[in-house]
Design a protein around this ligand. Structure first.
Ligand SMILES: Cc1cc2nc3c(=O)[nH]c(=O)nc-3n(C[C@H](O)[C@H](O)[C@H](O)COP(=O)(O)OP(=O)(O)OC[C@H]3O[C@@H](n4cnc5c(N)ncnc54)[C@H](O)[C@@H]3O)c2cc1C
Length: 416
């Protein structure tokens, strides 16, 4: 029977990073990966380009129901700067693109996946693929991980890096939650995050495929200032796009808890309401003789949105613009600035980029990421109850937690 120092269950970005740091600090590690290769999800990140961290980085970007101290300490133990140095050390040249996100200058996620795997192998890490672990137990002082095919792996420590439930086709099927429950942990109910939001209104069927720049504001009790600007994408059931994704985890959790959630879209966020009104009044003067209400907003918004707004304002589409009253124009401008929609659900796990919820941070030591309930068990990555917005925050979390858990586990083995 061969016993490894550290068994790393799950070979995504957190598992590969944990293996590298366990190896760097002297431990013999084995990765047990359910897929036929490691890091499948990395290949889909950042539209295949892998946005692995962000110039703007601090713990305030992350959502959790638990101990923020763990997030703060982890991100200071292994910071954005450490990630940039780490990437350079494995041959990845970081560049800032699309605002403040860091990517490999190859702009290919495969380069990040390959570099992580090469580095893990360079420390002698054993990688076992096609090994979906169904049971982890402790026998005679060692952890035993049992795969679906019955094969068994033995280790002094285990790092659970199985991800959450988002984007199941990449291998994260939620089985890690069952493993952690069997090892005495509880679970904050996972909800899909960084996904679309389904809304109650009937008019969405006419807006499918429309994209418009604007500002999304979300109103949930206990939260202030939830807003973001960018491209809002309309689907046949609701809203999507990055400014919607950012709040989808919070919306999903609030709906789960029966709270009211309101969303307001500012469809012309670069114009004040008074400017919209004066522009429409000028338009009425210049074109009022021939232009009809259904084309009133065509130069401002996608025509499908203009039609919905005119209908919601109870203005007949074939009315000549010259007949519009001041109160009609006021109603139109108000609706453009405060277009209310009512969330009823968020998209499913298959289409979500991350999972909100997971293993409670209060059950994990904030300095080492070791379980407080099962000595020798560590956690890294999305399996824990912490998730960030789009922009490299979730990769940074997986890398920081992988680095800390791998190092701390190896250091403890060295001491024992
Ligand atoms: C489409 C998409 C785009 C994204 N883009 C970005 C981005 O640009 N920037 C960013 O920061 N984040 C992005 N994310 C989120 C980011 O990819 C994840 O948060 C991160 O990869 C999580 O890493 P992880 O190692 O914790 O989990 P995962 O990457 O999910 O890895 C978990 C691994 O564990 C394996 N596994 C699961 N259960 C078992 C088991 N029982 N036995 C054995 N193996 C198991 C899985 O097969 C998988 O390989 C994106 C996500 C998606 C889906």
């Amino acid at each position: 029977m061969k016993a490894y120092d550290v068994l790393i269950t799950g070979g995504g970005v957190s598992g590969l990073t944990a293996a590298i740091f366990a190896g760097k600090y002297g431990a013999k590690a084995a990765i047990l990966e359910g897929n036929d290769k490691c890091g499948k999800k990395i290949l889909s990140t950042g539209n295949g380009r892998c946005n692995f961290t962000n110039e703007k980085m601090d713990e305030g970007f992350y959502n959790t129901d638990g101990e923020r101290d763990l997030i703060t300490r982890t991100l200071s133990s292994f910071s954005k700067e450490d990630t940039l140095e780490f990437m350079k050390s494995i041959g990845i040249n970081p560049v800032i693109r699309f605002g403040t996100g860091y990517y490999p200058s190859s702009m290919q996620a495969t380069s990040v996946r390959n570099a992580l795997e090469e580095k893990a192998l360079s420390y002698g890490t054993k990688i076992f693929t096609g090994k979906r672990i169904t049971t982890i137990k402790k026998e005679k002082g060692l952890f035993v991980a049992v795969a679906e095919d019955g094969s068994e792996y033995f280790g002094k420590h285990v790092i659970l890096c199985t991800g959450g439930m988002a984007f199941k086709k990449s291998g994260s099927d939620g089985s890690g939650y069952e493993l952690s429950k069997s090892l005495h942990h509880s679970l904050i109910k996972p909800v899909p995050s960084l996904t679309s939001v389904k809304c109650k209104e009937d008019f969405f069927k006419n807006l499918h495929g429309v994209r418009s720049l604007g500002k999304v504001s979300v109103f949930i009790s206990d939260y202030d200032d939830l807003n973001d600007e960018g491209e809002i994408q309309f689907t046949k059931e609701g809203i999507s796009g990055i400014p919607v994704f950012q709040f989808s985890g919070l919306i999903g959790r609030a709906l789960l808890e029966g709270e009211n959630v309101d969303v307001s879209l500012d469809l012309l966020s670069h114009m004040r309401k008074e400017e919209i009104i004066s522009s429409l009044v000028a338009l009425k003067e210049n074109t009022g003789e021939y232009k009809k209400a259904n084309t009133l907003l065509d130069g401002y918004l996608p025509y499908q949105l203009s039609e919905v707004i005119i209908t919601l304002c109870n203005i007949k589409k074939d009315r000549k613009i010259k007949t519009l009253k001041d109160e009609d124009i006021e109603r139109v401008a108000s609706l453009i600035k405060d277009f209310r929609v009512t969330p009823v659900a968020v998209g499913d796990f298959d289409n979500a980029q991350v999972t909100s919820g997971g293993v409670p941070l209060s059950e994990i030591d904030p300095g080492t990421l070791e379980s407080k309930r099962m000595p020798g068990l560590y956690f890294a990555g999305e399996i824990m109850d912490a998730d960030g917005p789009c922009g490299g925050y979730n990769m940074q979390w997986a890398i920081s937690t992988g680095a800390v858990a791998g190092r701390k586990s190896a250091e403890r083995i060295e001491r024992e």
